[in-house]
Each structure stands twice: as C-alpha cells, then as structure tokens.
Design a protein around this ligand. Structure first.
Ligand code: PHE
Length: 348
C-alpha cells in the first residue's frame, strides 16, 4: 500500500510537469497514461494484490489518480488546439456575453417635427411635401409677391443658376408655402394639410441663425372658414405642445399672402412669463406667423375666393427644438457630431 502511494506521487509529479504544445505530444501523453497498455491501466491492475482491508482506500486513491490524469489530458488538448489555431479555435464561445448593439437615435429636428405633425394629424391634417428647388411662381408670385414686390426682401433668397436660356427663375425655397400652392393647384377641396420641410435663406451663419432650417406650415381651406377657426386650431396646438397653463397672444402682422395677418406668441415656457433671457425679459416667445389666405392667392390657384376661405400658418422647427432640449447653438443641428446626436437616444 505504501508502495502504491509512493508510486502515484512520483507519477503525479511527472504528469504535473508535462507540457505539450502540439497534437503529437498530447497523443504521446494519452498513449503513455491512458492508452490500453497505459500506466493508469497498469496501476489499476495492482488492485488485485492489495489486501482486502485496504482495498477501499486503495480504490479511492487510484480513482483520484485516474481523474487527475484525465483532467491533465483535457487541459493539454485544449492548450494545444488553442496554440495551433485550428478549427477548434474559431468555434464561438457560447458562454460569452453577446456584443451590445448600439442604439441609434432620432435627430432632435426629426423629434420636434414629428411632435408638431402628430398634433395636427389628430385634428385631421394630412402631410404634404414639395420640392426644395422651386420656381419663382410657387415660392413667390403665386403667393401674391410679384416680381419686385418689396416683401421678397423679407426672405433673402438663393437663386439657382439654370443658364441664360431658362424661362423661369429657379431658387431654393425660402418657405414651405410653395407646397401649399402646389396642393391648392390640384384643386381638390376642402384642403387640410401641413407641409414640413427644409427651407433656405441667405443669412449669415451664427449661433442663432443658419442658411437653412426647417418649417412646418399649415393650410386649411373650406367654405365658411373664419379667423375663429384659425385661433381655435392654434390654441389646441399650443395646449398640446406646451401644456394647459400656457397663455397665447396674437399680434397684428404683415404677410403678402394672408389678410389679416398675425404673429402668435406664447407665454414663456421657460420662466412662466416672469421674464428671462430666452424671452428677452418680455415674458413672451414668438412661435409662428399666420393669417387668412389672401383672395389673390386663392385666385392664382384657381380657387373661387367668393366660395372658399381658409387660413394658413407657418412655424420654424429649430427654435422650439432648441428650447425643449436646451441647445444653445443652431449650428449643432447640421454638424453631425455623434457626441451631440448620441444624446438623443432616449429623447422623445
Ligand atoms: N411663410 C411664412 C414664413 O416663412 C410663414 C407664414 C405661413 C405666415 C403662413 C403666414 C401664413 O415666414
């Protein structure tokens, strides 16, 4: 018995020191120890010479030894396949945690535009889209701004050089009112649409203004539409957008394509109307222009102004987005800096 214990100890230290970096030396180990004529079998055979009263103890020892050799063999095999870079290595380890898939985010302009659209959709407005490169008629003339009308100066325009043979002046639209003209020209009445989109004006780029920005304009035409309908529609919008406590005021204004025209302010939703930097201490923030559609505009689009009336409104998307998300520089919207964009992953 003492012999057996000693023998196993010697074997164990020999095995412990054994290293194998390739398949043949692992195989040599297997043949030597675990093969059909291997040493494990041989020492197991010694069991028959162990006296009966020691059989239990010896059996335990031999069993442990066998497990020890088998464990070593599987370690050697693993090490050899890892270092040989075989097919085994390419097999994926299913116990590893999965790669996280980065969540994309919506652009803050998209978030704000969708918010505005969804409020008007609940009132039955459909979405209409139009071209960004537009002719003079749809951007200006049809909107009661004939050539040389001074109101054209309100919107510094980028003209597109279409060559001297071009019969029309092409430009980058200065507002999405061009889309309203296109919808009216189709002549399917009544009309209830909102026109979201990008617009361009030749303005100096700064933290507050850019040469392109986004608008959502609205148009409603039917029989007997009045200024009361306009006000009620915009009240609904403001309450949904900024909450029930926000107050509204209309100021008379001028647009060539509406008569009467107004600008709408909401009580400052940052300071609650007390006066802060955002509202320039006035307590009010201007959010949109609006008015009853000028009869000339209806006529230009083939709609009888004696029978139909309508209202229109238009608002920018950048400013409300800046206020809502605390963005202090309009240029961030178009720089595509992922550090900026990533911040909107969970924004709504
Ligand atoms: N088109 C105007 C602008 O871009 C906004 C507006 C739309 C005003 C409709 C009144 C009615 O400034």
């Amino acid at each position: 018995m003492q012999d057996l214990v000693q023998k196993l100890q010697i074997y164990k230290s020999e095995i412990g020191e054994y290293t194998a970096t390739d398949e043949p030396s692992v195989e040599a180990f297997r043949i030597k120890w675990l093969g059909s004529k291997g040493l494990v079998k041989t020492v197991m055979g010694a069991m028959k010479d162990v006296p009966v009263e020691q059989k239990k103890e010896a059996g335990q020892l031999l069993n442990d030894f066998k497990l020890f050799v088998e464990a070593k063999f599987s370690d050697l095999k693993e090490a050899a396949t890892a270092s040989s870079g075989g097919a085994e290595k390419a097999r994926p380890d299913l116990s590893l945690p999965g790669d996280t898939i980065a969540l994309g985010s919506r652009h803050p302009i998209t978030l704000m535009r969708n918010k505005i659209i969804s409020i008007f959709q609940r009132l039955g407005f459909a979405v209409a889209e139009g071209p960004e490169i537009e002719d003079d008629w749809h951007n200006f003339t049809a909107l009661n701004m004939p050539a040389h009308h001074p109101a054209r100066d309100m919107q510094d325009t980028f003209y597109v050089d279409a060559g001297s043979n071009s019969a029309v002046d092409w430009l980058l639209r200065t507002h999405t009112s061009n889309t309203q003209i296109r919808v009216m020209e189709k002549g399917v009445l009544p009309i209830r649409v909102i026109c979201p989109g990008r617009v361009y004006r030749n303005e100096t780029i700064s933290a507050r203004s850019h040469c392109f920005f986004h608008q959502v304009e609205g148009l409603y035409i039917d029989e007997n539409v009045s200024f009361a309908d306009l006000k009620q529609t915009l009240y609904f919008f403001v309450k949904e957008m900024y909450g029930g406590d926000v107050r509204v005021r209309f100021r008379p204004s001028y647009f060539p394509f509406t008569e009467p025209s107004a600008e709408m302010d909401v009580s400052c939703f940052i300071c609650g109307g007390k006066g802060c930097n955002i509202c320039k201490k006035t307590g009010w923030v201007e959010i949109l222009g609006c008015g009853m559609i000028h009869p000339n505009v209806l006529q230009n689009c083939g709609i009888d102004p004696e029978k139909y009336t309508g209202f229109a409104f238009g608002m920018g998307v950048e400013r409300p987005a800046m206020l809502k998300y605390g963005i202090n520089d309009i240029r961030l919207f178009s720089e595509n800096d992922v550090r900026f964009l990533r911040q909107f992953t969970s924004a709504t």
